[in-house]
Structure formats: structure tokens, C-alpha cells
Design a protein around this ligand. Sequence first.
Ligand SMILES: [Zn+2]
Length: 128
Amino acid sequence: MQDKATPGILGTEAYWQAASEGRLLIKRCRACGQAHFYPRDICPHCLSADTEWIESGGTGSLYSYSRVVRGSDDWTIAFVRLDEGVTMMSNVVDCDPAQLRVGLPVSVVFRPAAGGHVVPMFRPAEQV
Ligand SMILES: [Zn+2]
């Protein structure tokens, strides 16, 4: 089961483990203080290797989004700007796509995905 919970991207095991527990982790650099996403061991801002995991509050806003329609399936791919200042690509769920707009406040939800792991997705925050 462990291999299903941790898709094989080196260094992201903690991220996937936290997601399976309903927590969203991002990385922050101890040298320059900036957060980054996707998680990397080397800070993309200052190239320091002194990075740490922090737990995101899981709230942010829609930076951009696109609805994908394929046959009877449709889903919304989005870039979400977390309050910690990083942008992550995800899906928006539990909403009418017509209600979405850039800047809409969103909050994280965790959904099982194909392959057995749990993936952070987002929904409009006021819908909680
Ligand atoms: Zn840094």
C-alpha cells in the first residue's frame, strides 16, 4: 500500500504521506525565508539546500483555470495561489464551473485519485 500512497517522485514522500492524512505540505527555505512549490530539496530562489517542510493553511485564490470537457466527463484544472505565496496546479471540484472567477477564494480538499493516492484539490471557500 505504501508504494501507492507515494507516487515515485524522489523527495516528495512526505508530501504524499501528509496528503493521505488531510494535510497540505509545501517547502520553505531557511536561508531566504521564501516558500516554494512544487517541493524541491534545493530552493529555486537562492539555491540553498537548507529547506524545510511547512504545513500550508490550505487556503488561497484562483490564479487561472480551464474547464476540460471530454465526452460526458468534465473537470476544471486550475492554478491556485496559496496564501503562503506559492502557486500550485490542481483541480477545482464541488462547484458549478460557471461560478468560478480569477481571484475566487478557495480551500483545499483531499480526494482519492487513480492509483490509490490522495491528491490535494480545491473548492470555492465560501461553500464550506
Ligand atoms: Zn532560498
